[in-house]
Design a protein around this ligand. Structure first.
Ligand code: SAM
Length: 163
């Protein structure tokens, strides 16, 4: 069940340490059709609506080559999330699980990730399908989907040994 900031029965909040500046830079903003968390899908879908990743200057040069990548991993800052729950009840049914066993947006560092398909580029704005965040969510990073990658070097003896 989608939430705003309420705590549900069986959930546990702690007194979170003050957030310190990890030096994150918002590289852009995500435009989606969803105005609130209550109407935003829980996970993006390949056939979801086209959303816009607006990249800010001075990061435009970093887009060179992006047009050749069909699937991107998008990292974003779930800026409306509370950050102090260690146990959560996603179904609000009286049971709870640890935050690190969930993909809930409520986390100590509320970073969301989505795999999206690139469907177009308009200047410094990427058009993608597969997002699941509220309109105006800050954008942290873009990377090619890791499953598109092949290792640069062939496997070598010792690669899989555990120290
Ligand atoms: N796909 C990402 C992931 O797995 O890391 C996010 C999944 S999270 C379950 C998606 C939910 O986060 C949405 O349904 C909405 O309730 C909430 N959400 C979306 N944008 C948000 C924002 N900017 N701040 C806080 N919560 C947000």
């Amino acid at each position: 069940m989608v939430r705003e900031n309420e705590i549900r029965p069986s959930e546990v909040a702690i007194e979170a340490p003050p957030a310190t500046d990890a030096g994150l830079v918002f590289i852009g903003v995500i435009h989606t059709p969803w105005a609130s968390r209550l109407v935003t899908p829980r996970q993006g879908r390949e056939d979801g609506p086209v959303c816009r990743l607006e990249i800010f200057n001075p990061w435009w040069q970093a887009l060179e080559g992006v047009e050749k990548i069909e699937r991107l991993e998008v990292l974003y800052w779930l800026h409306l999330s509370r950050r102090d729950l260690v146990k959560q009840s996603p179904a609000s049914d009286g049971t709870s699980r640890g935050t690190f066993a969930l993909r809930s947006p409520v986390r100590p560092n509320p970073i969301g990730t989505s795999i999206v398909s690139l469907v177009g580029i308009e200047g410094s704005t990427l058009l993608v399908r597969g997002m699941d965040c509220v309109d105006g969510t800050p954008l942290l990073d873009l990377k090619p989907d890791r499953t598109l990658f092949k290792p640069i070097a062939p496997p070598q003896a010792g690669d899989f040994e555990v120290g």
